[in-house]
Design a protein around this ligand. Structure first.
Ligand SMILES: Nc1ncnc2c1ncn2[C@@H]1O[C@H](COP(=O)(O)OP(=O)(O)OP(=O)(O)O)[C@@H](O)[C@H]1O
Ligand SMILES: Nc1ncnc2c1ncn2[C@@H]1O[C@H](COP(=O)(O)OP(=O)(O)OP(=O)(O)O)[C@@H](O)[C@H]1O
Ligand SMILES: [Mg+2]
Ligand SMILES: [Mg+2]
Lengths: 260, 260
């Protein structure tokens, strides 16, 4: 039965997609786990990031599933050229779907049943969320066992983390769902911008202590360049700091899951 | 009668808020225009960015206005310590409000009437949008004369620009609203990351030609540091590249408005 991890953050551009994609690749390649990467963001950046190893997918969409059009998750799951890694099709209609969901009874639980179907086919399922705390992020949290929170080195991202943890608490209490915060991930750590970076890292340590991952993701242009080319950074720059950080993070994530 | 500019982009973290805030400051300080900065994003980053010059505001919220609770915009507009600059109160409830709006008839036109009231009191009104193309961004576009689109140096941001322009076209055609695209603003331009940066700048030039602003905003740590301290970058680092770029951009924006 798969472990399900929601990668969520309110703030834009903090590295949710970069983290979801590279963790999924690391889990598949280096930990040999059957991995599913679910794109919950209407921007379709998961497919863009893996364009060179993913077929162009046309057909059923996640919106069809969430809106109850009788589709099963197998219709939107597609293998990639990386053994062990499957992804869901992009769905630009998700933004509109998010609005429609608002009217549904139990609107936070529409993804859960779908993910449950997929659990038997995978070891780990990663959910890439959009940059907000709206219905899709709520659906991800209600469907997940764990929440991983990327936070880049800006105090605005820091404030977003605390807002997100309030939402997690509401999911736990009001929805009665045992969602665990796996950790908070410092991303885009820039030694050249040390003054701001140090301030945010200190704040994270002070506010969240053990929750903060030991592995920080450094600013590394190959992470961005891999995304442009749509190739895994593990192929483009296998020994670089970006690739290494995500490979090590995958190990740390699995350790925390074992310990939880 | 005020000119109303929506600062919008689907992609997270590309500098919408940094642009809306610094353009507003430049308009007020250097162009001597009565300026209103409206925060349409539930993250409340406008108030955070101007914390040291804005009083803590409690009372009516933009949600009250959008949801038709009979409040007027004057109840949420507050002067800052910068002559000519007023801002609206933060409203963390905007995310929930965005969901509620979905059910309303003419849901894109709820902000327009409110902004119309404010037009007589200001020369320019800037609307800072959340990182999506949802109801609040739609309301901003339907209330605005112009749309300014920040785009940072990532191909994902580039893709977001094209999605946004499709939405602008729909606002023009289906809603019959004469919204003009004022321009596309290259942000966070990093000479140290030139390979990716050059790729995106070339794409922008190729796809959008004259629409792209001449003034690009460079990566400049004082822009981030000013945001941390909640002070205008024009006080913190007045002769720096970040401050200068936004000051020059304000001039270019006004030129384009005159020419439009
Ligand atoms: N460690 C890093 N080093 C260099 N570039 C990075 C790093 N992490 C992310 N980026 C780049 O920063 C940009 C934003 O990252 P990403 O798209 O992963 O963020 P996001 O949180 O998913 O954004 P959104 O809020 O739009 O979903 C992308 O262009 C990405 O390539
Ligand atoms: N030119 C720049 N140089 C350095 N830092 C910048 C620059 N522009 C923006 N930043 C920093 O990048 C981060 C994201 O910027 P900002 O919050 O303005 O983006 P946004 O598009 O409004 O994000 P969101 O999608 O969350 O609303 C902030 O920490 C900001 O201080
Ligand atoms: Mg993303
Ligand atoms: Mg913003």
């Amino acid at each position: 039965r798969a472990k399900v991890i929601a990668v969520a953050a309110q703030k834009g551009g903090v590295g949710k997609t970069t983290t979801a994609v590279n963790l999924a690749l690391a889990m598949a390649k280096f930990q040999d786990l059957k991995t599913l990467l679910v794109d919950l963001d209407g921007q379709g950046h998961v497919a863009a990031s893996l364009a060179s190893i993913t077929p162009d997918i046309i057909g059923a969409s996640l919106s069809d599933i969430l809106l109850g059009h009788g589709r099963s998750i197998s219709e939107i799951v597609h293998p990639t050229q990386v053994t062990n890694l499957s992804v869901t099709a992009s769905d630009k209609g998700l933004a509109a779907t998010e609005g429609i969901l608002s009217g549904r009874i139990g609107k936070e639980f529409l993804l859960r049943g779908t993910i449950k179907q997929a659990r038997s086919d995978f070891d780990v399922i990663l959910l890439d969320c959009p940059p907000n705390l709206g219905n899709l992020t709520l659906n991800a949290m209600a469907a997940a066992d764990y929440c991983l929170v990327p936070c880049d080195m800006s105090p605005l991202s820091l404030a977003g983390v605390s807002d997100l943890l309030v939402v997690v608490e509401t999911v736990q209490d009001r929805l009665g769902h045992d969602l665990k915060v796996l950790g908070i991930l410092p991303t885009r750590v820039d030694r050249r911008n040390w003054r701001v970076t140090e301030h945010v890292l200190n704040e994270l340590a002070e506010l969240y202590g053990e929750l903060v991952f030991d592995n920080h993701i450094p600013i590394n242009s190959f992470l961005a360049r891999a995304q442009i080319k749509g190739v895994p950074v593990f192929d483009l720059d296998p020994s670089g700091n970006g690739a290494t950080a995500y490979k090590e993070l995958a190990g740390e994530v699995l350790q925390r899951i074992k310990a939880a």
